[in-house]
Design a protein around this ligand. Structure first.
Ligand code: BGP
Length: 478
């Protein structure tokens, strides 16, 4: 194995709503995740097809209590430090800071919580990497504006960013504006607090909301640079190459178009303007964007310092009707995809494709030529606790090892600038797509099940010791 850069940021990534719990502590306001139930209504709500702005008697256990990191952060960060983490990616819960999303005065209790978390990180030399908004649009702003479909969300978000930058300058150098911004097109309630009403032009609403998020992201980048010289702000994309399922030229074109759904966002955030094909695409879909005269300038001036992304799997696209009808779409419902016959899949149907990570890194670099950061990667799996309490998760180690090997090739053979690698869910947490606890990614096991039972005790899996060794050897001992 070749070596990784000396200052490579090894670590793990979480999102407030999937691990903190304490959903009302300190007067925290409701966010989209707090009203997204566990069970049959989860997808309709996430897709914006079901109005759900209050908590009713449905099953919300996972996001409401999660693994209670809110009260366990010292213990959890100590475990990250034991593994040698150099970086911890976390998100700030917008409604912990501003319960209504746009309050003039922020909540001191909310601000103090993250101060304590950052101090704890720095105690161990762990660099925080902060996602400003990770799937948690404030419900109060959805009631007021209809979520990101309304332009006024831009000011609310920029106000929120200003509060964070003023408070945490000096403590946080690395920031991400929106988690998986492209998920707005696939899970619009989760991504942007959108709820669709009968007769509404869904695409029009989505692209308008996307424009607002893109303008907000650019303004946040500019504000961060003004308020925190030296800060680095990145965009964050749910990546994963779309492969043509066959070499039929129609499939190649279809895969190219599918990829464009993803890169639409990053093209704007990294290059500062809409890609040339986007206008035509919107025209064909009957989309007319409402913009302000200064938007072009804002987008141009607010380009990101680095491109970050999550990578779990790749997907196959085809136009072949026979293949489409025979091969069930995989579990990663981001795009109508078919199975890749060359790859195995996780228990949730996500194709496992380490080489695809190298392909993705190269594609992104070819397109943007900016430093890159892999801020999510991992295997969601069911773990078995042995009678003696040990957890032998060799499948997780195999998955991560194979991906790290490809990262190393991308760095040393392709020469790509990769800033770091934070695996998803270094401690077990609630799954974003299913709301389950049993889909686990962690090096650290948390005793909590889908029904909310468990002691919340933390324990080390085999992968914990393995990742510790990987970091200690700076990636050379896999
Ligand atoms: C990404 C999200 C995360 C996370 C991860 C794993 O889409 O940014 O929030 O949860 O995917 O997905 P899941 O939890 O559905 O397995």
């Amino acid at each position: 194995m070749g070596s990784f850069p000396k200052d490579f940021l090894w670590g793990g990534a979480t999102a407030a709503n999937q691990c903190e719990g304490a959903w009302q502590a300190g007067g925290k306001g409701l966010a989209t995740v707090d009203v997204t139930p566990f069970g049959a209504d989860r997808f309709p709500v996430a897709l914006g097809r079901l109005e759900m702005l209050e908590c009713d008697d449905r099953h919300y256990y996972p996001s409401h209590e999660a693994i209670d990191l809110y009260h366990h952060y010292k213990e959890d960060i100590a475990l990250f430090a034991e593994m040698g983490f150099r970086c911890f990616r976390l998100s700030i819960a917008w409604t912990r800071i501003l319960p209504n999303g746009d309050d003039a005065q922020p909540s001191e209790e909310g601000l103090a919580f993250y101060d304590a978390v950052f101090d704890e990180c720095h105690k161990y030399g762990i660099e925080p990497l902060v996602t400003i908004c990770h799937f948690d649009t404030p419900i109060a702003l959805i009631k007021k504006y209809g979520g990101w479909k309304d332009r006024r969300m831009v000011d609310a978000y920029v106000h929120y960013c200003g509060v964070l930058f003023d408070r945490y300058r000096g403590k946080v150098k690395y920031w991400l504006t929106f988690n998986e911004i492209n998920m707005l097109l696939h899970l619009p309630f989760t991504g942007a607090g959108l709820v669709f009403h009968p007769g509404e032009n869904v695409k029009q609403v989505q692209y308008q909301a996307a424009h607002h998020e893109l303008v907000a992201s650019a303004k946040a980048v500019k504000l961060a640079h003004e308020k925190m010289p030296g800060a680095m702000v990145g965009c964050m994309l749910a990546a994963g190459q779309y492969y043509p399922r066959t070499c039929a030229p129609e499939d190649i074109r279809a895969a190219q178009e599918a990829d464009r759904d993803n890169y639409f966002f990053t093209d704007v955030q990294a290059r500062g303007a809409y890609p040339v094909w986007a206008g035509k695409r919107m025209e064909r879909a009957g989309i007319v964007l409402q913009t302000e005269p200064e938007d072009e300038k804002t987008l141009r001036e607010g380009t990101v310092d680095f491109v970050s992304f999550s990578y779990y799997s790749s997907r196959c696209i085809t136009t072949d009707k026979e293949i489409l009808s025979e091969e069930k779409a995989d579990g990663n419902a981001v795009q109508e995809a078919v199975k890749n016959p060359y790859l195995k899949a996780s228990e949730w149907g996500w194709a496992i494709d380490p080489v695809g990570l190298r392909v993705t890194l190269n594609t992104i670099y070819d397109r943007y030529e900016k430093p890159m950061f892999i801020v999510e990667n991992g295997l969601g799996a069911v773990d078995t606790v042995e009678p003696d309490g040990s957890i032998h998760d060799s499948y997780r180690i195999d998955y991560l090892r194979a991906h790290i090997e490809q990262m190393e090739k991308a760095i040393n053979e392709d020469g790509l600038p990769l800033m770091g690698y934070t695996t998803w869910g270094p401690i077990d947490l609630v799954s974003a797509s299913t709301g389950e606890m049993k889909k686990r990614y962690g090096f650290i096991y948390v005793d909590k099940d889908n029904d909310g039972r468990g002691t919340l005790a933390r324990s080390r899996k085999d992968s914990f010791y393995w990742y510790k060794k990987v970091i200690a050897s700076n990636g050379s001992d896999l």
